[in-house]
Design a protein around this ligand. Structure first.
Ligand code: NAI
Length: 337
């Protein structure tokens, strides 16, 4: 069912969880949606998860009843719209795909006004009920919503930047898959680091750091970068009004969550790109940035710098920083209004 790298991850998780036996209580907010449903299914299969609470403003009890019949160890409970606090209570990890997705012709930024309010309200409940939970944000625009959530925590006096993550894993998954399409190699052998943010030009794939990727040059390289940056549009157009990526995103969300669970359980050397509060480009006015991050029992353990990059990637990074600065400011402006 899973790719070689994915099944390797899950089997490592199984081996590790049997020795560490850490309990991980997970809540999904937006569990009834296009991403939420398959994500809940994949989380039910993750051996780290012992309790899975599913919440949505509509449909979560039905999804929970369905998923709960799968024969893995975790207990699944569904929560109706008026049971948000109960759904969050005691969570170690809260994953949020709640909100509205894109339709053809829309950018992630077009989702801002609806999703910013959704995220602000959900974050306000989390700071009240489970302020120490690790918050993983899937809802777009991630580049603006992570700053909004962070301010909600700051205002409540419970901000821990090591525990708030924007999930940019789909960009890593796409870069890895699309590179494999060009080089013909197994994606498991061609992992690609993606830094910056999660939308259009803020997405910076570092093909020069991949043994296969550095061989792709000229027009082929330009096309590949464009496909990674705007790959989401392929899905939005193909779905023709029925939404954006859901299945690949659920896979990416579960993959990131598994990495986080392993870090929280004390496994060493667990590293993945994720969009977090980061000191790397603060001197250029960019307070949040995705780069490789080592995860551990307290969330973020170590933020890795971008490392050596090509001249083309330097240019991509410059453009990404401009975009990120404005996305972050937009988030701050919303929450301070
Ligand atoms: P969807 O519309 O199928 O599902 C969203 C769900 O959120 C619905 O079930 C809805 O009832 C629920 N919801 C809305 N407001 C809520 C609230 N206040 N509390 C709880 N639940 C609420 O949308 P889909 O396709 O699942 O996408 C969700 C979000 O994920 C969108 O913002 C989309 O842009 C984003 N996304 C992020 C990606 C990433 O790489 N980070 C990739 C693809 C999508």
């Amino acid at each position: 069912m899973f790719s070689r790298s994915a099944s390797r991850t899950l089997s490592q998780a199984r081996q590790f969880s049997s020795s560490a036996s850490r309990q991980t209580k997970v809540t999904v907010l937006g569990a009834g949606g296009g991403i939420g449903q398959p994500l809940s299914l994949l989380l039910k299969l993750d051996p780290h998860v012992t309790r899975l609470n599913l919440y949505d403003i509509r449909g979560a009890p039905g999804v929970a009843a369905d998923v709960s019949h799968i024969d893995s160890a975790s207990e699944v409970t569904g929560f109706a719209a008026d049971k948000l606090d109960e759904a969050i209570d005691g969570a170690d990890v809260v994953i949020v795909p709640a909100g509205v997705p894109r339709k053809p012709g829309m950018t992630r930024d077009d989702l801002f006004s609806t999703n910013a309010s959704v995220l602000r309200d959900l974050a306000s409940a989390i700071v009240r009920v489970a302020p120490k939970a690790n918050l993983c944000i899937i809802t777009n625009p991630v580049n603006s919503l992570v700053p909004i959530a962070s301010r909600v925590y700051e205002k409540a006096g419970v901000y821990d930047p090591k525990r708030i993550f924007g999930i940019s894993t789909l960009d890593v998954v796409r870069a890895t898959r699309f590179l494999a399409s060009v080089t013909g190699n197994d994606p498991a052998d061609t992992p690609v680091t993606v830094v910056g943010g999660h939308s259009g030009e803020t997405i910076v794939p570092l093909f020069s750091q991949s043994s296969y990727g550095k061989g792709v040059t000229g027009e082929a390289y330009k096309k590949l970068v464009h496909r990674v940056q705007f790959g989401g549009d392929e899905v939005v157009q193909a779905k023709a009004g029925a939404g954006s990526a859901t299945l690949s995103m659920a896979y990416a969300g579960a993959k990131f969550a598994n990495t986080l669970f392993r870090g929280l359980a004390g496994e060493k050397g667990v590293i993945t790109p994720t969009f977090i509060r980061s000191p790397l480009y603060v001197d250029q006015g960019v307070e949040y940035f995705a780069s490789n991050v080592e995860l551990g029992p307290n969330g973020v353990e170590k933020i890795h710098p971008v490392g050596p990059i090509s001249a083309e990637e330097e240019e991509l990074l410059k453009a990404a920083l401009v975009g990120l600065k404005s996305n972050i400011e937009k988030g701050y402006k919303f929450i301070e209004a």
